[in-house]
Design a binder for this molecule. Structure first.
Ligand code: ZN
Length: 234
């Protein structure tokens, strides 16, 4: 199987989980489960010899990655490739291996330019195309996000992550009205570049707005600044 580094003992992801859990044992750790940081072609999925998505091999990889993260101490795993079947594959494999308490929190990714800095940093720009076919189209996402949310819940999702949020707050509100599982708002790397211009107080107000719109949790690059600002205001 390709992307073997993704499953190597002590790889960067597993070492990071270990480091965080040692430094802050009570902190909830959630990990990305996806191929794109580990494949030489930068695609989220494994490919067949004629460059099509190899669904079976991809499911196997995602399931094995999720179990490796869970065994290392991850509390929640997030399958981020938008490939139907991956959430079921991950959920079943965790259950079969005695990890029913580890949450599965898949992604609802809307196509946006706001993933840019992350993709460059992680080297996950695919060699061909732009992954748009695997993300929801912004112009139709008002309906598609609800359909995809239902699919993930059918496959066994415990929570859902929406990204980006700066340009998709309306979708957060729709999801809040539609589902009862926890919602995670993922404020992406490109958003952070914009949030810097808002300043610390503006960042706090932005994140408070996400909570008001329906987020239960926020994943954000501004976490440290917001935490400092909240601490100072006490
Ligand atoms: Zn990916």
């Amino acid at each position: 199987m390709w992307a073997t580094e993704a499953l190597r003992r002590g790889n960067r992801m597993l070492a990071a989980i270990d480091t965080v859990k040692n430094a802050a044992p009570d902190m909830v750790v959630t990990t990305e489960v996806c191929g794109c940081s580990w494949t030489d072609h930068g695609e989220c999925a494994l490919l067949t010899s004629n460059r099509r998505v190899d669904r079976e091999a991809t499911f196997e990889l995602m399931a094995a990655m999720a179990l490796a993260h869970a065994k290392q101490g991850a509390d929640i795993v997030s399958p981020t490739a938008m490939i139907d079947g991956t959430v079921r594959a991950v959920r079943d494999y965790l259950n079969q291996n005695g990890m029913p308490d580890v949450g599965v929190n898949p992604n609802l990714a809307i196509h946006t330019s706001l993933y840019g800095p992350f993709k460059t940093l992680m080297g996950t720009n695919p060699q061909r195309g732009d992954r748009r076919g695997m993300q929801l189209e912004p112009g139709r996402a008002d309906r598609e996000v609800l359909l995809q949310a239902d699919r993930w819940l059918d496959e066994g999702a415990d929570a859902l992550t929406l990204q980006p949020v700066l340009t998709c707050t309306d979708l957060l509100v729709r999801l809040r009205d539609h589902v009862r599982v926890p919602l995670v708002a993922y404020s992406t790397s490109g958003e952070y570049a914009a949030l810097i211009a808002l300043g610390e107080q503006g960042m706090v107000e932005y994140h408070a707005g996400l909570l008001r719109a329906g987020a239960d949790l926020i994943l954000t690059y501004a976490a440290e600044q917001v935490a400092r600002a909240l601490e100072a205001a006490r």
